[in-house]
Design a protein around this ligand. Structure first.
Ligand SMILES: CC(C)(COP(=O)(O)OP(=O)(O)OC[C@H]1O[C@@H](n2cnc3c(N)ncnc32)[C@H](O)[C@@H]1OP(=O)(O)O)[C@@H](O)C(=O)NCCC(=O)NCCS
Length: 177
């Protein structure tokens, strides 16, 4: 569990399935990742929750977190730090950060706040870099990347076998001496 000023980042449980479904069944959320198809049933939310540990893999910093608003207990959305699949024929072993918020939690800084905590967590665990990949026209997500201080790598086909706009963040420089 990770605590920020306004959020608790914690694992998803099946008690969150209704909220996950309410978020991922909306085209305005689902269109920006994977195959872009919204969830069609609550069963898909339960299946997604079951698969989260496998998606996270075995890196100690990895996880798919529910970002719960401390003041209300409402889950604003999801923040992830997970291995990023390299495109076929490319030898890479990278970790990505990502975010999805329920539309009722947009424009309040929650994605940046959650992702910033995962960045700190990832670099504390020794990750050499973090990446984010966005659909080329996903300006709100690219704005999160820039707020986090990520470097815009432009369009890349290195990950997910498709052209995505990629961002990279290096760990903070260690103080000298
Ligand atoms: C991408 C996504 C998470 C971005 O959400 P967002 O709300 O724009 O981003 P943040 O949570 O960082 O909030 C930043 C906004 O909150 C505002 N804000 C308000 N209060 C704030 C506070 N206390 N602290 C920081 N920002 C605050 C900022 O000014 C900024 O405003 P703007 O959106 O008008 O520019 C959201 O659009 C989304 O879920 N989209 C669908 C899924 C998606 O695209 N996922 C990414 C796939 S790569």
């Amino acid at each position: 569990m990770i605590e920020t000023e306004r959020l608790i980042l914690r694992p998803w449980t099946h008690d969150d399935a209704d909220r996950l479904f309410d978020m991922m069944s909306r085209i305005e959320v689902a269109r920006w990742s994977g195959n872009g198809v919204p969830m069609a049933s609550i069963d898909e939310a339960h299946t997604r929750i079951d698969r989260m540990p496998t998606r996270a893999g075995d890196h100690p910093a990895a996880g798919l977190c529910a970002a719960e608003i401390k003041a209300t207990g409402v889950v604003a959305g999801m923040a992830v730090l997970v291995p990023i699949p390299a495109s076929q024929g490319i030898d890479r072993d990278d970790m990505e950060i990502g975010w999805h918020l329920h539309p009722d939690s947009w424009h309040q800084g929650y994605a940046t706040e959650a992702a910033s905590a995962l960045v700190t967590h990832g670099f504390a665990a020794g990750l050499p870099a973090l990446y984010a990949v966005t659909f080329p026209d996903n300006e709100p997500s690219q704005a999160v990347c820039l707020r986090l201080g990520m470097t815009d790598l432009g369009l890349s086909t290195d990950w997910y076998d498709r052209e995505l706009r990629a961002f990279r963040l290096a760990p903070p420089a260690k103080p000298v001496g």
